[in-house]
Design a protein around this ligand. Structure first.
Ligand SMILES: C[S@@+](CC[C@H](N)C(=O)[O-])C[C@H]1O[C@@H](n2cnc3c(N)ncnc32)[C@H](O)[C@@H]1O
Length: 310
């Protein structure tokens, strides 16, 4: 994989981000509304939205993880949400267990499991701080788009305990997805509007620093001991052709948005975003309904993979 190319992409993203920060300096300076992991994704309505509109990781990423595993008997997916990152792993592992500290997310995950009749899969409510499994139980642990919420020291210690000898710990995530309509001027305006959403409107409600995603987890503290880095891929693109309705619904599944609406039920920022995006893309969207307004939301995923040592 092209780590070289990936880093330079990250650097250019970083430069671009700083330009954005100059435009919106007040954005992440005031993390006054930050909420910790155990208070997020808790309601049934949120979990339903999550289940319907969150993307699954690209198969290429899953295959990279599988390729470094010495055994594929048992996998644990921590912070599994409603199962998007867990279900596809049932193809590659003999048995898969998904855990999450939200009962609502796990209930949705189980509903999906029943619908798909996936038999080598089980779910359990449990915190990343205390994995309720015996030591040396798993060949691999995955955590997709969630490890930034965890108490990392506790999680790494628990991951080390429940992994078997030479077991794999794969931490993955994705950069903030921005839609494109294929017109450079419109795309630049869309990007600016989405950054305003993230950094200004929802900025104080982001539980974690957006830097973690923007810099592809390069700034996330790695395990200090007990693991060695075996693979890093910072540029795995998931092609996501979709439409305006799905994209806006995806944004509504963000926990910062859910918490913002709780504090400001009168302020429908998604309605304003929708009308701004429709105005920016008027020439392309015309009078079509949201579901007929096509957008490409190609999304950049990244993964850092460690092997248990000692
Ligand atoms: C953005 S979602 C990612 C879900 C899924 N892995 C995916 O790729 O869609 C983050 C998930 O982490 C869970 N979570 C947050 N903090 C947690 C913790 N300390 N222990 C277990 N799960 C946690 C949340 O409940 C939520 O379902």
């Amino acid at each position: 994989m092209d780590v070289q190319q990936s880093s330079s992409y990250c650097e250019s993203r970083t430069r671009w981000k700083f330009r954005e920060l100059e435009t919106f300096p007040e954005s992440i300076a005031e993390p006054s509304k930050r909420i910790m992991g155990e208070h997020m994704f808790q309601t049934e309505a949120h979990a339903e939205l999550y289940s319907e509109f969150r993307p699954a990781p690209p198969v290429e990423l899953l295959k990279i993880v599988v390729s470094v595993c010495r055994n594929t008997d048992k996998l644990l997916d921590v912070g599994c949400g409603t199962g998007q990152s867990t279900e596809p792993m049932t193809e590659f592992f003999g048995h898969v267990i998904g855990t999450d500290n939200s009962e609502a997310q796990i209930a949705q995950a189980k509903r999906r499991q029943n619908e798909a009749d996936l038999r080598n899969l089980e779910y359990r409510v449990c915190s990343s701080n205390e994995l309720t499994f015996e030591g040396s139980s798993f060949d691999a642990i995955t955590a997709c788009q969630c490890v930034h919420y965890f108490d990392l020291d506790k999680f790494y210690a628990e991951a080390h305990r429940v992994l078997r000898k030479d077991g794999i710990l794969a931490l993955s995530g994705y950069c903030i997805p921005v839609p494109s309509v294929g017109d450079p001027e419109m795309d630049a305006a869309i990007k600016e509007r989405i950054m305003k959403l993230c950094r200004v409107e929802l900025g104080p409600y982001f539980e974690v620093d957006i830097d973690y995603f923007d810099r592809c987890y390069e700034t996330l503290p790695a395990p200090k001991s007990g693991f060695e880095l075996v693979e890093k891929n910072l540029k795995i693109i998931k092609e996501w052709p979709t439409n305006l309705h799905v994209y806006l619904s995806y944004l509504k599944s963000w926990s910062p948005y859910v918490h913002f609406r709780k504090d400001h039920p009168e302020n429908d920022i998604m309605a304003s975003l929708r009308s701004d995006l429709r105005a920016i893309c008027q020439g392309v969207f015309q009078q079509k309904g949201d579901s007929d307004c096509k957008v490409e939301v190609d999304t950049r995923y990244f993964v850092h993979i460690f092997r248990k040592v000692d």
